[in-house]
Design a protein around this ligand. Structure first.
Ligand code: CDP
Length: 221
């Protein structure tokens, strides 16, 4: 049987960096489910889809096939066969991903893909509803969080490094809005699974968090 690790938590808690490194150390496959939501969001933006218009959304989803592949250890996400990995990290796509991920039709589209991957391989999967909805029987669940201030300043540095200009205030506002939307939506809201280990990374280094996850995994394998 495959060993599954679920990591959930709010935007900017460092999930993807930590998940990628922990997966490498453990020899697991890292599955970034946020990238799947982002790929769908990119498709919706390109089509100019009005997310609140039910039929329009259904039509757009029917024409949006998402799949993933790997280049070395790096997950690549494909939208209708096109590798869109380099196009999904903008603030515009982030906002659309969060808005469209609230729609049950969007979530249903990705559920099977995520569960299939976890059934076949030892995966470390990160997202918002992995421990609660997608992999309720994961052998290890982590709820990774950090204060808004810490998360905002991390995201700010990340965007600066990529040459994308925006202010810290804008990022704080964006994070607070996304937290609210992710935690209060009706379908699969972000929350800590009862059996998840809470890790607050505000005062921890990346290495410390990775080490914690690796240790917990080895204890349970
Ligand atoms: O990297 P960051 O934490 O900012 O976001 P992400 O993990 O790439 O996810 C982008 C958006 O997709 C989030 O704001 C969530 O609303 C949504 N998402 C979700 O609803 N469920 C998941 N399993 C993963 C992402």
């Amino acid at each position: 049987m495959s060993f599954n690790i679920a990591i959930d938590g709010p935007a900017g808690a460092g999930k993807s960096t930590i998940a990628r490194r922990a997966a490498r150390e453990l020899g697991f496959i890292y599955v970034d489910t946020g990238a799947m939501y982002r790929a769908i969001a990119l498709g919706l933006l390109r089509r100019g889809t009005e997310v609140e218009a039910e039929q329009e959304l259904m039509d757009a989803l029917a024409g949006s096939e998402v799949s993933i592949g790997y280049e070395g250890e790096e997950q690549q996400v494909f939208l209708n066969g096109e590798n869109v990995s380099g196009l999904i990290r903008t603030e515009e796509v982030s906002a659309m991903a969060s808005a469209s991920a609230a729609k049950p039709q969007v979530r249903a589209k990705l559920t099977d893909l995520q569960r299939d991957l976890a059934r076949r391989e030892d995966v470390l999967m990160d997202g918002r509803d992995i421990g609660t909805m997608i992999l309720p029987h994961a052998q290890l669940k982590i709820y990774l969080t950090a204060s808004v201030a810490t998360r905002a300043s991390r995201r700010y540095k990340e965007l600066q490094a990529r040459g994308q200009g925006c202010t810290l205030e804008e990022i704080i506002k964006d994070i607070e809005e996304r937290d609210y939307r992710d935690m209060h939506r009706e379908t699969a809201p972000l929350c800590q699974a009862e059996d998840a280990v809470l890790v607050d990374s505000s005062d921890m280094t990346i290495e410390e968090v990775v080490e914690r996850i690796v240790t917990l995994t080895r204890e349970r394998m």
